[in-house]
Design a protein around this ligand. Structure first.
Ligand SMILES: Cc1cc2nc3c(=O)[nH]c(=O)nc-3n(C[C@H](O)[C@H](O)[C@H](O)COP(=O)(O)OP(=O)(O)OC[C@H]3O[C@@H](n4cnc5c(N)ncnc54)[C@H](O)[C@@H]3O)c2cc1C
Length: 269
């Protein structure tokens, strides 16, 4: 079992990984591609020490190289949820699961609101992963709300296994509501009702409330104390996901603190 799994490979996650590795802990980062970090979008960064007049892309490339040089594994995947296992945590990335003694959440600014009915029907018709849950809907009618780059190919996969797919890209509808009783029966898209057995919501990020049940939030941001502990024992958070200000230096500093606190936690368990 890994000591510490870090969700997110931006400045906060990278800083946390380097510190935890430096303290002798086994570490894995699970992250989307570097291009999906907010930092990648910054054309010019002039307030991060040591990297004068660099682009966000330059800085992140240097950060990622340091991770590779330190021999830290980055698993390129979207983490879907984490489950407490009584002293450890199991992180699902679809068909793959990873177990760790402690978690550091460093997923950046994630979408903060869910659609009405989304959390209520999660696992009862709502899914975040077509390749993981698609088989359960073989021969049935499903809706795909495609908000990430892989969405169109995931919808194609569902068609290929025999699902009847109603596909919604960003332009087709803006407002969604999921309805049902025991299970999903209907998707309301811009007030038009579609009868469906399942709804796949494919975003590149997962709302913290859906990722880990019981995580205390403040306006969608993860609540932490001064040492970056969250409301769940063994779970720490750092960077933009903990709230303003959204800055690289703050993310890096919090990543460092979260790692030190996570190392102490692992040493005591
Ligand atoms: C255009 C722009 C310009 C900016 N300019 C500056 C500047 O000049 N100076 C400055 O200090 N700051 C600047 N910032 C802010 C800075 O980029 C952020 O504060 C910083 O990147 C936060 O780091 P982070 O690690 O918390 O999050 P991020 O950099 O967003 O990294 C989080 C990573 O986690 C991944 N992730 C999210 N959810 C999951 C999941 N479920 N599974 C796997 N991976 C996941 C994301 O895809 C991403 O790669 C700028 C931001 C933008 C958008």
């Amino acid at each position: 079992m890994t000591d510490i799994i870090i969700i997110g490979g931006g400045p906060a996650g990278i800083s946390a990984a380097l510190t935890a590795k430096n303290r002798g802990k086994s570490v894995k980062i699970i992250s989307n591609n570097a291009e999906q970090s907010n930092l990648w979008k910054a054309k010019l960064v002039e307030n991060y020490p040591g990297c004068p007049s660099a682009s966000g892309q330059d800085i992140l490339t240097t950060f990622r190289k340091q991770i590779d040089d330190a021999g830290i594994e980055i698993i390129t995947a979207r983490a879907l949820n984490a489950l407490p296992m009584g002293g450890s945590f199991s992180v699902s990335c679809g068909q793959d699961y990873y177990e760790a003694k402690a978690l550091i959440l460093a997923a950046g600014i994630t979408q903060q609101s869910t659609y009405p009915g989304e959390t209520e029907f999660l696992g009862r018709g709502v899914s975040y992963c077509a390749t993981c849950d698609g088989m359960l809907f073989r021969g049935k009618k499903v809706a795909v709300i495609g908000l990430n780059e892989e969405a169109a190919s995931e919808a194609e996969f569902l068609r290929s296994i025999g699902c009847e797919v109603e596909y919604f890209d960003k332009n087709r509808a803006k407002k969604f509501e999921i309805r049902g009783e025991d299970k999903v029966t209907q998707l309301l898209a811009d007030e038009i009702a579609y009868t469906v057995d399942g709804v796949f919501i494919l975003r590149s990020t997962i709302a913290p409330s859906s990722f880990l049940t019981g995580l205390e939030l403040d306006g969608g941001h993860i609540t932490t104390n001064g040492t970056m502990k969250t409301s769940i024992n063994g779970v720490f958070a750092a960077g933009d996901c903990t709230g303003r200000h959204y800055q690289i230096a703050k993310a890096v500093g919090q990543g460092n603190s979260a790692a030190l606190a996570a190392c102490e936690y692992v040493d005591k368990t």
